[in-house]
Design a protein around this ligand. Structure first.
Ligand SMILES: Nc1nc2c(ncn2[C@@H]2O[C@H](COP(=O)(O)OP(=O)(O)OP(=O)(O)O)[C@@H](O)[C@H]2O)c(=O)[nH]1
Ligand SMILES: [Mg+2]
Length: 709
């Protein structure tokens, strides 16, 4: 593997709606560029970037897949550039992986199924690109498919993303007859042999398409020249701009996000591959064209430190994905953010303040890792067996600390109880899940304090199913997945003033602790706030944390139905103690008694998670969709036309959305898609709350009684 300087590196994030052909696209590009000898296919489970067992079995991407290829760049005097592909999942249950790893890309290709046009995740990934401020281009996939339409896609993308969406190519032939593209910059026809090697023969544009191509060329040039009077004048005077001037201008327009070009491909039949590769090599930005900022403190805090993707700056790198490989151990994917990484370097993990040795730095081709001597600023690599480093950490030269901000990810939206099949499984579950959590930032694991059930929270049913399958395969931990649970919470709506008194002073060592605590509601999502307002040593300082702990522990166990009580303020203002009989334990119990007493007075209420839901469907379903969401206690926020589709946005309680995936499919014959993200917690209406509480008590009656005893 050659070593590439920054300006010859292109880090391309491949994003798009689920199943639009991202993985297949990467596979066909790798094949054409000679990076793989065999043409890998999703249908056969042989692609480079979907290499994980679960990905092969399910034929979908679950985690970021890395690959790289070399391709000649016409602008770099025929030099080859290194294309690093970051193939990202499209299904909404795995989209947090996409957001977390897209941060390493310097530009994105957004795939759009030419038969459908934009879909719900198309907009979502567009927003991620905007958040990271990276240039983007659309690739229409499935151009060989029946009813695919270049014109319809241009219309729908233009409507959605603005007038700067512009065609850089035009199709030659359509559907089964799709056999090439017209390069609207150079004004040449690129013809392909279907099922061939993906390389083009370049010819003049066929007469039948010439007028249309000229019109599209004019539109492109006008957009690029906009604001550049000299170029505009030249264009009108000469009727054209020489290609050698036009390519750099296109490049500038893309990098500055002035235009968003549209290209196209059939990646199962290898039509359009070479044209797309040349586009990426010629006009996609290199890392140093993308501004970056590190911070003096973790999590985006403290002053900004300006760093450039520059070999002469101190070394720093950012870990954007951790894989927990059961054999190789932990593997970290990282991007060199500044400086040069040399094999065998010892660096400092700034977040954890521990040294880490980069003994065998590697480049990644799917599951295959190859050692490399050095990686320059902006390049992407992998390293195995670091001690503690995981996703989101910054590592670098210890004399120049810096922290890059990790992606902001949403909280998991759905919780399942899992049951170990045997005692042996129960013993292994903790360690195994811990390893899984290293590679999966969207996973949460806990134990229900009342039922003692193990709880797994993730972004959707499929996400949690995949985790359970991996636990079985990798660590031989066998779990049964139970129906999903809604993570209700409890809170108070009123105030209370309560005394907690724990007194057992008959015989032996006594126990004594009294506390007086005021409780009041706090803002939503504030959690529990504890205020120490004790005067004159009514409770000695060392036992004040004991009262707090007692309150927090009791709140975690819940009051109405065993869900954690949250969003309240507890102010400890008075109490009593005994020189001999008081203890940490006595004050913890007093705190928990005060909490229970207060809950009787403070109008306890049930809270439920409310989700932000977006549904995409052909517009004929618009009325049905809205009616259905309303019947799920949803509040419709609006509906907008998207060409022939409609997007309906609503706020709906999670409790009503548990079977939505299946219901939506049957309601629309599978022609709709939706995304769902946690929005906020809100009160459960009275009658329903009673039902939830009753149901919970019936299910966990025993545990609750035990708790009282
Ligand atoms: N006919 C045709 N089929 C395609 C094309 N591109 C992809 N497919 C098929 O579409 C299916 C999904 O392709 P993938 O590459 O897995 O899609 P993806 O976007 O990576 O999916 P996720 O990563 O799970 O979101 C596979 O069966 C591919 O063979 C294409 O250009 N033409
Ligand atoms: Mg994929």
């Amino acid at each position: 593997m050659k070593i590439y300087p920054t300006k010859d590196i292109r880090n391309v994030g491949i994003v798009g709606h689920g199943g639009t052909g991202k993985t297949q696209l990467v596979s066909s590009l790798l094949f054409t560029a000679g990076a793989t000898q065999r043409f890998g296919k999703v249908a056969e489970g042989t692609t480079t970037t979907d290499w994980d067992d679960e990905e092969i079995a399910r034929k979908i991407s679950i985690q970021p897949g890395l690959a790289h290829a070399e391709w000649a760049c016409t602008l770099c005097a025929g030099n080859t550039v290194k294309l690093n592909f970051i193939d990202l999942p499209g299904y909404s249950t795995f989209i947090t992986e996409t957001k977390a790893a897209l941060i390493a890309a310097d530009a994105a290709l957004i795939t759009v199924d030419a038969h459908v046009g934009a879909q719900v995740t198309t907009e979502k990934v567009w927003d991620y690109c905007a958040e990271y401020d990276i240039p983007r281009a659309f690739v229409l996939t499935w151009m060989d498919r029946e009813l695919s339409s270049f014109e319809r896609c241009m219309e729908s993308l233009g409507e959605l993303f603005g007038r700067n969406v512009v065609a850089l190519q035009m199709p030659i032939g359509s559907e089964k007859g799709f056999r090439g593209v017209i390069d609207l910059v150079a004004m040449k026809a690129h013809l392909y042999t279907p099922d061939g090697d993906g390389k083009a023969t370049v010819e003049n544009i066929p007469d039948a398409l010439l007028d249309e191509a000229k019109e599209a060329h004019e539109k492109l040039v006008e957009m690029i020249a906009e604001g550049d009077d000299e170029m505009m004048e030249e264009f009108f005077r000469e009727g054209t701009i020489p290609v050698q001037d036009l390519i750099p201008a296109v490049r500038k327009a893309i990098v500055s996000e002035k235009i968003v070009p549209v290209l196209m491909i059939s990646s199962t039949r290898n039509i359009g591959n070479a044209s797309l590769l040349t586009f990426l090599a010629d006009v996609f930005p290199h890392p140093d064209e993308h501004a970056q900022a590190g911070f003096k403190e973790p999590a985006g805090k403290g002053d900004r430190i300006d760093r450039k993707y520059d070999d002469t700056q101190p070394l720093s790198l950012f870990v954007f994905k951790t894989l927990a490989d059961p054999f190789a151990g932990r593997i970290n994917y990282f991007k060199v953010k500044s400086g040069v990484l040399k094999n065998d370097a010892t660096l400092l993990n700034f977040n954890r303040n521990i040294p880490e040795r980069f003994q065998h730095t590697m480049v990644v081709q799917g599951k295959q890792l190859t050692e490399i001597q050095e990686l320059h600023s902006g390049d992407i690599g992998a390293i195995a067996k670091l001690k503690e480093t995981i996703t989101g950490d910054t590592v670098g030269d210890k004399s120049a600390p810096i922290y890059y901000q990790p992606a902001q990810l949403p909280e998991p939206s759905i919780t399942f109880a899992v049951e170990p099949k045997s005692r042996a499984d129960e013993d292994k579950i903790g360690v195994a899940i811990h390893k899984m959590m290293e590679e999966d930032a969207a996973l949460r694991f806990s134990r229900d304090p009342q039922t003692k059930e193990f709880l797994l929270a993730g972004n959707g049913q499929q996400h949690v199913e995949v985790v359970v399958a991996k636990l079985q395969k990798r660590y031989n931990v066998n779990l049964t997945l139970k129906p999903p649970k809604v993570p209700y919470r409890e809170t108070i709506r009123g105030k209370a003033d309560a005394e907690g008194k724990h007194k057992k002073q008959s015989g032996g060592h006594g126990q004594f602790g009294v506390c007086r605590v005021k409780f009041e509601p706090a803002e939503r999502n504030k959690g529990i706030e504890f205020v120490d307002d004790v005067f004159g040593g009514a409770i000695p300082n060392n036992w004040i944390p004991s009262v707090e702990r007692g309150i927090r522990e009791a709140a975690a166990r819940g009051y109405l139905a065993g869900f954690p009580v949250t969003d309240f303020r507890a102010t400890l203002y008075d109490g009593k103690y005994h020189d001999v009989d008081s203890s940490d334990m006595a004050f913890r119990i007093a705190g928990s008694l005060a909490f229970k007493e207060a809950m009787k007075q403070a109008r306890p209420s049930l809270l439920e998670p409310v989700m932000h839901v977006e549904v995409y469907a052909p517009d004929q379903y618009s009325g049905d969709l809205m009616g259905d969401l309303s019947s799920r206690r949803g509040r419709i926020e609006g509906s907008e036309a998207r060409g022939h589709n409609v997007v309906v946005k609503a706020m709906v309680p999670l409790a009503e959305m548990l079977s939505y995936a299946t219901d939506l499919t049957s309601m629309t014959q599978g022609r709709a898609s939706y995304s769902m993200e946690f929005s906020h917690y809100d009160y459960v209406p009275g009658e329903l709350a009673d039902k939830v509480i009753a149901a919970h008590k019936a299910a966990h009656g025993e545990a609750l009684v035990e708790e009282e005893a």
